[in-house]
Design a protein around this ligand. Structure first.
Ligand code: NAD
Ligand code: ZN
Ligand code: ZN
Length: 340
């Protein structure tokens, strides 16, 4: 099978021929049909974060495909069933976090495409309990971006407690942001979408954003305040200044939800404003299996649109460059399906 491999940080990925991986107990092997390119995969390939993967590794945590082989003890999945393999490759199921509905915080978790090989390959392994069944009516090319971009932003909005008639700022309308806009609308909120390219702002408008803010030419904080200030700001742009800008546009009691993960990122949070305005800064990491099930259900019900453009896996390095140049409509998905 073919896989795109990070051999060393910052170097182009290499397409390798590898033997099909054998599922261990509790695992399944999947024939990948579609695999999304999340900006996190770029951070992984660059070794951007304090906790690093160990090259060589196969990135990708938006892999979707058909179960091909069951490992020992797997009884709830069947060969031929379509599943998605998210960032949360497995969690322990026994710790305080797992038991309280916060498996995403499990300290024993293994992350797909980071702590084990991921979806940039024709075949991949998954722990069966964390391989999410994809419902009928959700295509693999749509399911892929939902598996990280979808579940992460859906969860971020839950964490922010967004409700109807609130103003939600979505900072960065990329892979994550284009879905964040839609989940905020589903929650009944007014949405202010912020980006630095005309195409992304137009996309946000098409997806229902009520207010568009061009961070190149407008003062984000002032614009948000002009509309009363944001009840919640979802920080998805890979840029520290963008975090500070939306934080300054919160209304009293508002919440900044940090989601993007710029390399070595730190921001300055003014103590006086935070205290006097009673604002919060919250981190949010992906979502649980239940969150992903809800994301798939919303899509199966026709309530979300996934904007993707496909590439062959062989174009992985060009695809990464396109994302970094901000040229991608929303999400690139590697098409590994039949008839590609
Ligand atoms: P992306 O590259 O598709 O989108 C980023 C968007 O931000 C682009 O539309 C870009 O034009 C825009 N942008 C750039 N500078 C800006 C600025 N100054 N102001 C406003 N917008 C700006 O990336 P993505 O795949 O959506 O991922 C975004 C970030 O989220 C990455 O850092 C990724 O690692 C992180 N992420 C976090 C989680 C989590 O669970 N916390 C999950 C997935 C991804
Ligand atoms: Zn745990
Ligand atoms: Zn991701």
């Amino acid at each position: 099978m073919k896989a795109a491999v990070v051999r060393s940080f910052g170097e182009p990925l290499v397409i390798e021929e590898r033997p099909d991986p054998e599922p261990g107990p509790g695992q399944v092997r999947i024939r990948v049909e579609a695999s999304g390119l999340c900006h996190t995969d770029i951070h992984a390939a660059h070794g951007d974060w304090p906790v690093k993967p160990s090259p060589p590794f196969v990135p990708g945590h938006e892999g979707v495909g058909l179960v091909e082989k069951l490992g020992e003890g797997v009884t709830h999945l069947t060969v031929g069933q379509r599943v998605a393999v998210p960032w949360l490759g497995r969690a322990c199921g026994r710790c305080e976090h797992c038991l309280s509905g916060w498996e995403t915080l499990c300290e024993q978790q293994i992350n797909t495409g980071y702590g084990c090989d991921g979806g940039y390959a024709e075949k991949m392994l998954a722990w069966a309990d964390f391989a999410q069944p994809v419902p009928e009516g959700v295509s693999p090319l749509d399911a892929a971006p939902l598996t990280c971009a979808g579940v992460t932003t859906y969860k971020a909005l839950k964490v922010a407690g967004v409700g109807p008639a609130q103003l939600v700022a979505v900072s960065g309308v990329g892979g994550l942001g284009h879905l964040a806009v839609q989940y905020a609308k589903i929650a009944g909120a007014r949405v202010a979408a912020i980006d630095v390219t005309d195409d992304k702002l137009k996309l946000a408008a098409d997806l229902g954003a009520d207010i568009l803010i061009d961070a190149r030419t407008q003062d984000v904080g002032e614009e948000l305040k002009r509309h009363g200030g944001a009840h919640a700001a979802i920080a998805l742009a890979v840029n520290e200044d963008a975090f500070e800008a939306v934080n300054s546009g919160l209304r009293r009691g508002g919440k900044l939800v940090m989601v993007a993960l710029p390399a070595h990122g730190t921001i300055r949070v003014p103590i006086f404003d935070t205290v006097l305005n009673g604002t919060s800064v919250i981190g949010s990491i992906v979502g649980t299996r239940q969150d992903l099930a809800e994301v798939f259900q919303l899509h199966a019900d026709g309530r979300t649109r996934v904007i993707h453009e496909t590439r062959p896996l062989e174009a992985v390095n060009e695809a990464i460059d396109e994302v970094l140049r901000g040229e991608v409509k929303a999400r690139i998905v590697f098409d590994l399906g039949e008839g590609r």
